[in-house]
Design a protein around this ligand. Structure first.
Ligand code: GLN
Ligand code: ZN
Length: 765
């Protein structure tokens, strides 16, 4: 029986890599100094695994930016526009691809970035041309292997498998299918394997996440061919094919019959596949059980895991069973031991948690417990684990019968507005009295250094609550006055009091906790610190009413209340593992519903419930989509439907494709939806037009991701385009997204242009 993990976080438990990279980019440290930080993180991670007693220690799971970009550099899939810049160092070329490069008369944008499956990690999308050639360019994987070997550790290098690598990329020309590039690509993998084998490597981990996704026949066939060839060429190398994030389903037979040493399966995401896998695994193949959750922060339930291991051993025998994490630990924070502030995280809750470092120990402990469950020490370990698991199940901190009852009593009447949109529109038109092409913004105004410094000072106790709020009030007042001045129709208060659109609500809701160092890499040097939802969620008191009411008191114009939707709050947090996501989502939805009601009672006539994460929550397998969409959309409706018909509900979604979910978006029945649209030149609007989307829409008329100030004519052009496909009485005028990352100067100029553009359209009607 062997233990291993699929990968360890590389950001460093105190975000050392983030800091070093940022210093390097700012020209404050040299390449050598950056390499040194990298080395010490790798070292630390290897030692950690070794000391814990992990049998197969991973290498090449480290990366200065992204493991997919590493692979692109390894096989020399470097687009010409970067190659021709002739960087002196490979590292600078690498960072230019990752982040763009704007220096010494060079100006290239970064490569495209997208989400890594259904995680919040983003990878750099490989680009392929029709006649794409590959060669061994960066030897990182080999160097890292040797680096560890020098320290006496014979690691298991981790590589993204050839088929998955191609599928992660994009064709940049027409007329070919990237999977056909396998013929050119595979020889490079052979070279890598040859070098690794010659240097002494015995085990290789091939990450093949696409084996757990929907594959075409051709792709399935290619997977088979690839491993057949690898086996023929490298009969001595022990290959682990790692699947994760989903079950094998229709690829099960293909997967278990690959001519490899070991197949890794994700038993956290899909525990039910174990039986079928065991029933079908041929004699020579070992199964790596992904039982320690790599996507969540909860302590492993040893009793459950041991039962799973037993099942596998009964069929396969000890020798053919591996114990592992469900996926790479990249997606969880580094080390729970760093959390030693009772005020932030109580020891009761801490007892329920395990971060990456703790999960390594869990993997090893599970093996020890399995091999010897009779020793006094092991008995105690099991007992202690039982106690923690039980305490989590029964803690009054977690269980709130009132919340449970309320969720159980949700019925149709909680998910429907009183009347359909056409009747509501008549009432709203009368109550709100807005012009055609009403102008608004998405919610946040610039979170300047100053605003953030107030929050810091307040957190540190350097200013008291009253002083802090006075500052925020002034800032809000300025924002309101200024919006009035330039003639925006529906104002926002600016969200100055919010650190983050999820954290702000999490901090005010029961059932959430926060960590101090629970950072998880989002992309490159960017990390997020997701809240942890540990218990039943409820709202002890109103969360936004005070600020919204204050803003409304400053103006006779309409101020829009601003909330984050239940799906987004769920999606951007670590969630409970003892309850369906759908139930947790409904609990959050009820809390938001109450907030909506309170805002209504405070006289607020328009309320926006942001749901930028609805699309990204879609399951990886299409056959699970409708189930998800059903409960997700339902949760939004629970949150939004408790309001009177003459009040208006807005929702906002960032850049996403709507074509295949447009019916579900319509089912949300928001009176107004604002979407990010300018970067696609209004193309995203076609989905709404083709569908005859019945409610109001605000297609973003300018891109807020760049400091560039758009000219009113550009926006008039876009609005004219929109008007061609959407009836004008349904159109709103707004930017693409919130403005919190922008400066005031450009914001003011851009919004003034936007208001003028709206006026031009009104005059034409
Ligand atoms: N109301 C939020 C803001 O303006 C919306 C952000 C988002 O959609 N990501 O910042
Ligand atoms: Zn947005």
């Amino acid at each position: 029986m062997k233990t291993h993990i699929l990968g360890y976080p590389r950001i460093g438990s105190k975000r050392e890599l983030k800091k070093a990279c940022e210093q390097y980019w700012a020209g404050k440290i040299s390449e050598e100094e950056l390499e040194k930080v990298g080395k010490s993180i790798k070292n630390y991670n290897w030692n950690l695994q070794q000391e814990a007693g992990i049998d197969l220690i991973s290498s090449n799971d480290f990366s200065f930016y992204d493991q997919v970009l590493d692979m692109s550099l390894t096989v020399n899939a470097v687009p010409e526009r970067y190659k021709k810049l002739h960087f002196k160092s490979k590292l600078d070329l690498y960072f230019a691809m990752a982040r763009g490069h704007q220096k010494n008369n060079i100006d290239v944008p970064a490569m495209e970035m997208t989400k890594w499956f259904d995680t919040n990690y983003h990878y750099i999308v490989p680009e392929f041309k029709k006649d794409q050639q590959f060669s061994l360019f960066s030897t990182k994987v080999i160097d890292e292997y040797k680096e560890a070997k020098k320290q006496g550790i014979n690691t298991k290098p981790v590589l993204i498998a050839p088929v998955s690598y191609l599928l992660l990329g994009k064709e940049k020309e027409q007329g070919f299918n990237r999977i056909d590039l396998i013929t050119n690509l595979l020889p490079i993998y052979f070279k890598i394997l040859t070098e690794l084998e010659e240097s002494g490597a015995e085990w290789i981990q091939f990450d093949e996440p696409f084996l757990a996704l929907d594959l075409t026949e051709k792709e399935q066939h290619t997977v088979k061919q690839v491993y057949k060839q690898i086996q023929e060429k490298f009969p001595k190398l022990k290959i682990i094919v790692a699947t994760y994030f989903e079950g094998l389903q229709d690829n099960l037979n293909l997967a278990v019959n690959l001519p490899v040493e070991t197949l890794h399966i994700d038993l956290v995401r899909n525990p039910n596949q174990l039986k079928e896998v065991l029933d079908n695994t041929p004699k020579k193949v070992s199964i790596s059980l992904g039982i320690v959750d790599g996507r969540n922060v909860w302590k492993n339930d040893y009793r459950e895991s041991l039962a799973t291991i037993k099942k596998a051993v009964n069929v396969l025998g000890q020798e053919r069973v591996f114990i592992s994490t469900s996926c790479s630990l990249l997606h969880v924070p580094c080390d729970l031991d760093s959390e030693n502030n009772e005020e932030v995280l109580t020891s009761e809750i801490k007892n329920w948690l395990a971060f990456a470092k703790q999960k390594i120990t869990e993997v090893v402990t599970l093996k020890q417990l399995f091999l010897d469950d009779n020793s006094e020490k092991n008995k105690n370990t099991i007992l202690k684990n039982r106690k923690d698991i039980e305490s989590k199940k029964t803690s009054p901190l977690i269980n709130d019968p009132t919340v449970k009852d309320r969720v159980a009593s949700i019925s149709n009447k909680h998910t429907k507005r009183l009347n359909p949109f056409p009747s509501r529109k008549i009432l709203q038109n009368k109550a709100l009295n807005l012009p055609l092409y009403p102008t608004t913004t998405i919610g946040s105004f610039p979170q300047t250094k100053e605003v953030r410094s107030w929050r810091n000072k307040f957190k540190k106790g350097e200013i008291n609550q009253k002083e802090y709020e006075e500052l925020l009030k002034k800032e809000t007042e300025k924002a309101i006055n200024w919006q009035e001045e330039i003639g925006i129709d529906v104002l926002v208060h600016g969200e100055f009091e919010r650190n983050d659109m999820v954290e702000y609500f999490g901090e005010k809701l029961n059932g959430f906790v926060f960590t101090k160092f629970g950072w998880v890499q989002s992309y490159g040097s960017r990390c997020v610190k997701p809240p942890i939802i540990f218990g039943d969620v409820s709202r002890p008191k109103p969360m936004t009413v005070k600020w919204t009411r204050y803003a409304q008191s400053l103006t006779s114009k309409l101020v829009k209340g601003m909330l984050t939707g239940p799906v987004t709050i769920l999606q951007w947090s670590f969630v409970r593992n003892d309850q369906d996501r759908a139930v947790t989502c409904n609990q959050i939805a009820l809390a938001i519903r109450d907030e909506v009601k309170d805002l209504e009672n405070a006289g607020i006539q328009i309320i926006q419930i942001d749901e930028p994460a609805i699309r990204e929550g879609l399951p990886l397998r299409k056959n699970n989509w409708q189930n998800y969409l059903k409960w997700a959309i339902n949760a939004f409706k629970i949150a939004s439907s408790g309001i009177n018909d003459e009040r208006q509900i807005h929702t906002h979604m960032c850049y996403s494709e709507f074509n295949d979910i447009i019916q579900n978006i319509a089912d949300m029945d928001a009176d107004v939806i604002t979407i990010e649209c300018s970067r696609s030149q209004m193309e995203l609007l076609d989905a709404f037009a083709d569908f005859n989307y019945p409610n109001e829409i605000g297609p973003g008329v300018y891109d807020i991701h760049s400091p560039r100030v758009p000219h009113k004519d550009e926006m008039v052009l876009l609005l004219n385009k929109a008007k061609k496909v959407i009836p004008e009485e349904l159109l709103w005028v707004n930017p693409d997204c919130g403005l919190k990352t922008r400066g005031w100067d450009e914001t003011k100029k851009a919004l003034t242009e936007m208001v003028t553009a709206a006026k031009i359209l009104r005059e034409k009607t």
